[in-house]
Design a binder for this molecule. Structure first.
Ligand code: SAM
Length: 393
């Protein structure tokens, strides 16, 4: 969208067209609606922008909840925006540490910026893209929050006047979700320099531990079971070396390297298996789950925990072991057929099996449903028939 079109969208005519498009959503086909609005004399680019905005607000609802209905997005900026619960978690952590002012260096449409403002920080956003900057400004206003936004290159901004310099670098397109510091904009050396001072940086969860600067805390965050990001907390804000924060409908649960036991027992599997949350795995805190569940690792290099007891924990999903099955394919097929299994879920760690391929090859036709864990136990491939325990079971 051109800056002039966004200006038009914010004006009285634009707001009227946006209201019409919102009311028509789901009731009138977009093509029909577009033709009708253009026939009423509204400029084609404004009509397209309004119809596009309504669709983006709908799409944004899963990330932003109720806020989405009054915010403005571009497709790419929505893709890059932080989910509201994750942004709120970061803002609450920061707010508890006492800073008052924050500069967001590359604020996009302001998903983090608005969360910081909502937590009571005095915020200033910096954004290279004029439309995103205008949207961030408007999103603050739409949510009844105060703050300022300027169009500028973040690398040229003097951050010394702010208590916190937050950065969520964009990845240059086409690089996927792997962590490639060379692909950052603002660039990684700029991020590293901020972390030496009062910086906080959101980065991809694929971040390698050896890239975390000395004295900086790395926090891996999952939300509703999805590993969404790593957040690097510069020295003034670091509370641990590594942290896993698990966000769910019932609240936030946190483990840090302080929770790691001195000795990690490794041994034979017992009746309960625990599959740690991906944030726990990425943070290297699986042994803390072994401690919490009174269990042990089944292999020093595999992120499964096994225990004789069932403990409900936000950090791992429990499975009850029903039986051990043969690991070899032919015998495994026979054992599953004997149990009349037709629908099979395979969970695997540490073994070179592609679950979908194996399921196809097993050609199971029975009427029962089953889950099998394939993994390495002290170096050896093993198979376990398990029952996933859901919160309600
Ligand atoms: C990942 S997005 C930020 C998303 C934001 N945290 C949110 O949740 O809505 C990164 C943003 O940084 C902006 N950006 C990249 N390099 C920049 C620079 N040198 N100066 C200012 N903004 C920059 C991009 O235009 C993009 O909007």
């Amino acid at each position: 969208m051109e800056p002039a079109t966004f200006d038009l969208l914010l004006g009285p005519e634009g707001q009227h067209v946006l209201r019409e498009a919102t009311e028509a959503y789901g009731r009138v086909d977009d093509l029909v609606l577009g033709t009708r609005l253009r026939a009423a004399g509204h400029p084609p680019d404004l009509v397209a922008a309004a119809i596009g905005q309504v669709a983006l607000r709908r799409r944004a609802a899963s990330k932003m909840g109720a806020d989405a209905a009054s915010m403005y997005f571009t497709p790419d900026a929505l893709e890059q925006a932080t989910r509201t619960p994750v942004a709120a978690h970061r803002a609450a952590r920061l707010q508890a540490l006492g800073p008052r002012t924050l500069v967001d260096l590359g604020c996009g449409i302001g998903a983090d910026l608005t969360a910081f403002a909502r937590a009571g920080l005095h915020v200033h956003g910096v954004e290279l893209d004029p439309v995103r900057a205008a949207m961030a400004r408007q999103n603050l206003a739409a949510l009844d929050l105060s703050g300022t936004v300027e169009v500028a290159d973040a690398t040229a901004v003097d951050t010394s006047a702010y208590d916190v310099a937050f950065v969520d670098p964009a990845r240059r397109s086409g690089r996927g979700r792997t962590f490639d510091p060379q692909a950052f904009t603002p660039p990684w050396p700029f991020v590293e320099a901020l972390l030496e001072q009062n910086g906080v940086a959101k980065v991809l969860p694929g971040l390698a531990h050896d890239l975390v600067p000395e004295g900086v805390e790395a926090e891996w965050v999952s939300e509703r079971g999805d590993l969404v990001e790593a957040c690097l907390w510069g020295r003034p804000f670091a509370g641990a070396s590594r942290r896993a924060s698990v966000l769910s409908a019932t609240g936030t649960a946190t483990l840090t390297d302080e929770d790691l036991p001195e000795d990690v027992p490794v041994g034979e599997p017992a009746e309960w298996w625990y599959e740690p949350d991906d944030a726990v795995v990425r943070a290297g805190l699986v042994a803390a789950v072994a401690s919490l569940t009174g269990g042990r690792l089944v292999d020093p290099h595999i992120a499964y925990v096994s225990s004789a007891t069932h403990v409900a924990t936000p950090f791992a999903r429990p499975f009850r072991v029903l039986d051990e099955l043969p690991y070899r394919e032919k015998q495994l097929r026979a054992a599953l057929r004997e149990r009349d299994v037709g629908t099979l879920t395979i969970k695997k760690r540490g073994v070179s099996v592609v679950p979908e391929v194996l399921v196809k090859r097993l050609r199971l036709t029975g009427s029962a449903t089953a889950t099998v864990i394939l993994t390495r136990v002290q170096g050896e491939g093993r198979a376990f028939l398990v029952d996933p325990v859901t919160a309600s079971s």
